[in-house]
Design a protein around this ligand. Structure first.
Ligand SMILES: Cc1cc2nc3c(=O)[nH]c(=O)nc-3n(C[C@H](O)[C@H](O)[C@H](O)COP(=O)(O)O)c2cc1C
Length: 307
């Protein structure tokens, strides 16, 4: 049994779904409830329901995915209504919040105070809403918004971060997260504005933004590992890290925990393989831990060796 915790909330094992793929409707959330996922993350929500961007807006690519969904979701009130219906699965429920303005975010987070959700993941990093920059790339705005949000939330609240690439940026953001006492960080969101070309058709593969979209899957795993590692060096040890990006096997999970994560999320692999991936990846992870003689997540967490 490889139990773990995120911001004090206990999980049966460290593997669950990432915000976004196949988690927008009650039917999809029910599938997650019945699956081996250790928690249920609900689709990032906005104040009002959104249709999202024009299709095609998601494509499988050989080692991952490209998407520009544009936050299609049912609006926050629906996810608040779904939460009690998902309680019967006895696993933590995570609301993902992605309001389009500070006012929207404050309204949603205030309303979640009275909802039966266990954790809130505040999305600072959607790369695909046309005309909206990713807040996580603006340190001043991130600091300001987080200060206001942490002030009103009564739930353990963490942030979903975009990938960072420069040590100075990691340091700036980590100082803000430490100062605002966020409870956990989830990294990384898709690498924004990647371009994939179909050479046969001499064409882009998704419609929105002339083909530019968020990259997920194996392509992003080294970047995701680097973000988990760097934040584990820079954040207060009380802030848990949830790793996401390119996880498709038990070995991948092991690597993220070595880098410093306490739990991991699965996005593209869940999209491609559907809910069976949680059972398979959990089994592979359990087997690897047993083979290496490790009994708890703490035996491994953060113990990455350097040369
Ligand atoms: C179809 C799709 C929709 C996504 N929607 C969201 C979203 O609503 N909120 C969010 O925080 N991340 C969203 N993401 C990003 C994923 O949660 C994840 O951070 C990213 O895809 C990297 O993980 P992966 O390599 O396992 O896919 C989405 C990803 C995909 C593929």
């Amino acid at each position: 049994m490889l139990k773990t915790t995120v911001a004090g909330i206990e999980l049966e094992h460290p593997i669950f779904n990432a915000a976004g793929p196949l988690d927008a409707t009650l039917e999809e959330l029910t599938v997650l409830g019945e699956s081996h996922a250790a928690a249920i993350t609900m689709k990032s929500c906005t104040l009002e329901a959104r249709e999202g961007n024009p299709e095609p807006r998601y494509q499988d690519i050989p080692h991952g995915s490209l998407n520009s969904m544009g936050l299609p979701n049912l609006g926050y009130k629906k996810y608040i209504a779904f939460a009690p219906l998902l309680k019967k699965y006895n696993k933590p429920i995570i609301a993902s919040v992605s309001g389009l303005s500070l006012e929207d975010n404050l309204t949603i987070i205030q309303a979640l105070n009275d909802a039966p959700v266990d954790l809130i993941e505040f999305n600072l990093s959607c790369p695909n809403v046309i005309g909206k920059p990713q807040m996580g790339y603006d340190p001043e705005q991130t600091d300001d918004v987080l200060g206001k949000i942490m002030h009103i939330t009564k739930k353990p609240l963490g942030v979903k971060l975009p990938p960072y690439f420069d040590f100075v940026h990691f340091e700036q953001i980590a100082a803000i997260l430490n100062r605002n006492n966020v409870r956990f960080v989830t990294c990384i969101n898709a690498i924004g504005n990647a371009l994939v070309i179909d050479p046969e058709k001499e064409q882009v593969i998704i419609r929105p933004k002339n083909g530019f979209g968020g990259l997920g899957g194996a392509y992003v795993k080294p970047t995701a590992l680097a973000n988990v590692r760097k934040f584990s060096e820079l954040l207060n040890p009380t802030i848990d890290i949830v790793g996401v990006g390119g996880i498709s096997s038990g070995t991948d999970v092991f690597e993220f925990i070595l880098a410093g994560a306490t739990a991991v999320q699965i996005g593209t692999t869940f999209m491609k393989e559907k809910h069976g991936c949680f059972e398979r990846i959990e089994r592979e992870f359990n087997e690897l831990m047993a083979k290496k003689g490790y009994e708890t997540i703490e035996d491994v967490k953060g113990n990455l060796k350097t040369l």
